[in-house]
Write a protein that binds this ligand. Structure first.
Ligand code: SAM
Length: 211
């Protein structure tokens, strides 16, 4: 009972509250995601494009962009929130695009075998995850050799400044900045790709390749 309560409190920390939902549902978010995709394409495509994974897919718009812009045969996308997965599945998954598959899962414990994916995509969800190191380790585990992890992440000066700290809901303990995030990727044996935009105190966009 106590265990269940703790899990649900922790999950609550990771899920979006209504102001963030307004942002995720807005057309502006899609414009940002398209811009991020253009940057990732400039950085480079993975050697194979059979199957990609998107973590924390929200409404699933990012998964459609991955399919349309990079031409993966299949895209698997998941979110912790079943309601969002249902929305994605009923909208994009059923109608327009046949190669999109949506499921509920936790980014800290991926339900996939080792070396399953040619690319993994993170449109700004890892700052929501309590154990972000475990999440990166899981991403690395499910990546095939030479596959690419594409990421867009933000740091506390953006999401936990005096204004957004009150408005938005994010985990507060053990948060990461650029050196933590990129250092963890290098520690796992991934090479941060040229073209990754570093040096901002607010966030990073780029990619890292598994050896
Ligand atoms: C800021 S939203 C981003 C949604 C989407 N990627 C986008 O860019 O529109 C963060 C998303 O991460 C999901 N999330 C948070 N923690 C998660 C976890 N541990 N595993 C999977 N999804 C998670 C939330 O439910 C939410 O949909």
């Amino acid at each position: 009972m106590i265990g269940n309560k703790l899990v649900s409190q922790q999950n609550k920390q990771m899920l979006m509250n209504w102001p963030e939902r307004v942002w995720i549902y807005s057309p502006l978010r899609l414009i940002f995601q398209k811009r991020e995709m253009r940057k990732w394409i400039r950085i480079g495509l993975p050697p194979n494009r059979q199957i990609a994974l998107e973590i924390g897919c929200g409404l699933g718009r990012g998964a459609k962009l991955i399919s349309d812009s990079m031409g993966f045969q299949d895209v698997i996308a998941f979110d912790l929130e079943t309601n969002l997965v249902r929305k994605s599945r009923n909208g994009l998954g059923k109608t327009s695009v046949k190669n999109l598959h949506f499921l509920t899962a936790d980014a800290q414990n991926l339900p996939f075998p080792d070396q399953s994916f040619d690319a993994v995509f993170n449109y700004g969800i890892i700052h929501h995850v309590l154990d972000w190191r475990q999440c990166l380790a899981e991403i690395h585990r499910v990546m095939k050799p030479l596959s690419i992890f594409y990421f867009e992440e933000i740091y506390p000066p953006l999401y936990a400044n005096w204004l957004f700290k009150k408005m938005l809901r994010h985990p507060k303990e053990d948060r990461f900045y650029e050196s933590d995030f990129l250092g963890q990727l290098s520690g796992l044996g991934m090479k941060v790709r040229d073209g990754t935009k570093t040096g901002s105190r607010f966030g990073v966009i780029g990619a890292a390749q598994k050896h």
